[in-house]
Design a protein around this ligand. Structure first.
Ligand SMILES: Nc1nc2c(c(=O)[nH]1)N[C@H]1C(S)=C(S)[C@@H](COP(=O)(O)O)O[C@H]1N2
Ligand SMILES: [Mo]
Length: 395
């Protein structure tokens, strides 16, 4: 597979001369210059400014949890209000709810049991920039994700307080951000009732022991462990329990995948004959301490490090090849922070002689699912989980 990002990097000189810097930035390769222009964020790679879309350089993933200041930022809309926590309200309503309610942040914090879950926040389009042929949309590299400890209250406890009617089918989710033009459809999503009532689905107000950063959804966001981050609504303002399938743009048109290529979406009320919403995260892995094309001194051992994750079964094993996929050996898994967290792993590679080595990493989940050698094509470039392949040179 041709690595487009690598290609762009090599042609950086000529592209810059042709005014290609914007292209470089869009492809996430301008990391050398700190392009973060978001308050409280550091060293992120800028893909677009309005709306703000910034990814995390892969080296920050070499840790169990991704620091808040290095956590990626993804928005669909450019108007993102600064929310005053004391004025913020969460409205619970909808036609399949017995009594509409409104909560302050203090009420949410004090009236319900608080729980903390380690979970990976993964953009559906992470690694879209690696699809060949290219898929339309933001050309993310591997940094549109982050692992964090999320603290909040269970969505099911909050909904129970309002009383769910037996006609309930979905829960729609709305946030405070909006488009510049009034015609732009607000980013409203919905969840099937079963996922909304899952004990791991949270309304979170803390991330890694601190209040949510503004850019990650202050003062409260939804956490839907195991599902891609399109459902992790930031700056939550309204939750509606509804009896009919929610038919907004961000459910009916965007964030959809062909049914014949991926496992069941567990969201039957939003499925057609051929398509379904993207939901559960697929099994995947990433090498975090080496780069394709890197040269390094031949040492006795080189510790290959990375992370692996899936949609909530947990990681059973990670296999490493140092000879382009001919032979595979098992990596050592590090501490388990729960089935929705990514799992760090490492592998002591003992090169016999200098030269070029083709390194590959492949994760297998506890359900037996494993990564394909090539990404599974789909129109919007989601779920890129091809086995990572890179060449390193040892001298
Ligand atoms: N309010 C709001 N919530 C949102 C979005 C958005 O545009 N607006 N984008 C979603 C998508 S697609 C992703 S990948 C995650 C990104 O979370 P982060 O910005 O905290 O990293 O937020 C989700 N929640
Ligand atoms: Mo996303």
């Amino acid at each position: 597979m041709v690595d487009r990002r690598h290609f762009i990097k090599q042609s950086a000189g000529s592209l810059a001369a042709l005014g290609g810097l914007a292209l470089l930035q869009r492809s996430g390769l301008a990391a050398a210059a700190d392009t973060t222009a978001l308050s409280g964020k550091e060293s992120l790679v800028n893909l677009t400014d309005r709306p703000p879309n910034y990814e995390t350089p892969v080296n920050y993933f070499d840790a169990p949890f991704t620091p808040n200041k290095h956590f990626f930022v993804r928005y669909h809309h450019a108007v993102i209000p600064e929310i005053n926590a004391s004025e913020w309200r969460l409205r619970i309503g909808g036609d399949a709810l017995n009594s509409p309610l409104e909560f302050t942040l203090e009420q949410l914090r004090n009236d319900f049991e608080q729980v903390e879950i380690a979970a990976l926040c993964l953009c559906s389009g992470n690694r879209r920039g690696l699809f060949e042929p290219p898929a339309p949309g933001l050309q993310w590299g591997s940094g549109a994700m982050g692992n964090a400890l999320w603290r909040g209250v269970r969505l099911k406890d909050v909904l129970a307080r309002a009383g769910i009617d037996k006609s309930a089918l979905e829960v729609s989710l709305a946030g405070a951000d909006s488009g510049v033009l009034p015609t732009t459809p607000n980013f409203v999503k919905s969840l099937p009732l079963a996922k909304a009532l899952d004990e791991n689905t949270l309304i979170a107000f803390e991330m890694n022991g601190e209040a949510l950063p503004h850019w990650n959804g202050f003062p409260a966001r939804l956490i839907v462990p195991g599902w891609t981050a399109t459902f992790w609504l930031k700056h939550l303002t309204a939750l509606n329990v509804i009896a009919k399938p929610f038919d907004g743009f961000w459910m009916k048109t965007a964030y959809r995948i062909p049914k014949d290529r991926f496992p069941s979406g567990q969201f039957s009320s939003q499925e057609t004959e051929t398509a379904m919403p993207i939901t559960e995260i697929v099994v995947n892995s990433l090498i975090t301490n080496l780069e394709d094309g890197q040269s390094l001194p031949k040492a006795k051992t080189i510790d290959i490090k990375g992370v692996a994750w899936d949609g909530g079964n947990g990681i059973a094993r990670v296999d490493i090849s140092i000879d382009g996929g001919v032979n595979w050996q098992q990596a050592t898994l590090k501490q388990d922070y729960g089935r929705f967290s990514w799992r760090q792993w490492h592998f002591a590679f003992a090169p016999k002689q200098p030269g070029s080595y083709r390194i590959m990493a492949r994760a297998t989940s506890a359900s037996g699912a494993t990564q394909p050698l090539e990404a599974i094509s789909n129109p919007s470039g989601y779920h890129h989980n091809a086995v990572q392949k890179m060449t390193i040179h040892l001298a």
